[in-house]
Design a protein around this ligand. Structure first.
Ligand code: FES
Length: 111
């Protein structure tokens, strides 16, 4: 199990997740509106975009370049080349305990 942490400004959302789940599954369980994940984890929509905490960027598995991930990220409003990942492409491992991600507002309509 690993604790996955999402941050929205100063708000913090945490959940314990089993090894093998994806980070997007943690966002589903927490019902986070920033992560609608419209394609349900098939790496087709880009709506599961998050920023990885700089402390964790080099600890998680790198992006696989034969997927659509980079293409989709580059089209995202808050794309950051150092921090952006699709949460459906990050597989959780026990050693990722405390993995921290910042929510981005790509999918939140402006009021
Ligand atoms: S859920 Fe659609 S790309 Fe991740």
């Amino acid at each position: 199990m690993a604790k996955i942490v999402f941050k929205r400004d100063e708000e913090i959302f945490e959940i314990e997740m089993p090894e093998g789940a994806k980070v997007v599954h943690a966002a589903f369980k927490l019902k986070l509106p920033e992560v609608p994940a419209d394609c349900r984890g098939k790496c087709q929509c880009g709506t599961c975009h998050v920023h990885v905490d700089p402390e964790w960027v080099d600890k998680i598995d790198p992006m696989e370049l034969d997927t659509m991930e980079l293409f989709l990220l580059k089209r995202s409003k808050n794309y950051n080349p150092q921090l952006s990942r699709l949460s459906c492409q990050i597989q959780i491992r026990d050693e990722f305990d405390g993995l921290t991600l910042r929510l981005v507002d790509d999918n939140i309509p402006k009021s």
